[in-house]
Design a protein around this ligand. Sequence first.
Ligand code: FES
Length: 184
Amino acid sequence: MTAGGTTRRDFLYLTTGALGAVGAVGVAWPFVNQMRPDASTLALASVEVDVSSLEPGMSLTVKWRGKPVFIRNRTPEEIEASKTVPVSELKDPIARNANLDAAAEATDTARSAGEGKENWLVMVGVCTHLGCIPLGTSGEYNGWFCPCHGSVYDTSGRIRKGPAPENMHIPVFAFTSDTVIKVG
Ligand code: FES
């Protein structure tokens, strides 16, 4: 090994090391910056909705984590129509309710906000076929109808006909007062 060769290798090593350090500093800042959730991300983590103005038969849609969430104050007739269907007749017998056990059955109560609040349906308004947004108070069951490929959902958002494989999903939510629902 010659003295000249050693010097050159040391030089190359130091040069590479210096570039590496500069490069690391160059990418570290934006990476750290991206990991810090900004205000808009935090705001979307959950959303509080005042539902006091929703009379029976009225709905509203809120955006939560980039998706529409349908909140409907169902009429007694809509609740009854859903309650009378045996779970065994459903295409998807699972509640798909993030607030319940994953195996919970898709009864009307399990799809709704629960006992005493069966009139409230809170549901991610995305068709479980390929992700279109279904139309409300539409279709054969007067629930939701997805015009993209004809999926028909009932008054508790359960898939009844068409290509969609699952009931529309119920997100984590809770009433924080009699008239305010927190989604997420
Ligand atoms: S996306 Fe709704 S039926 Fe296909």
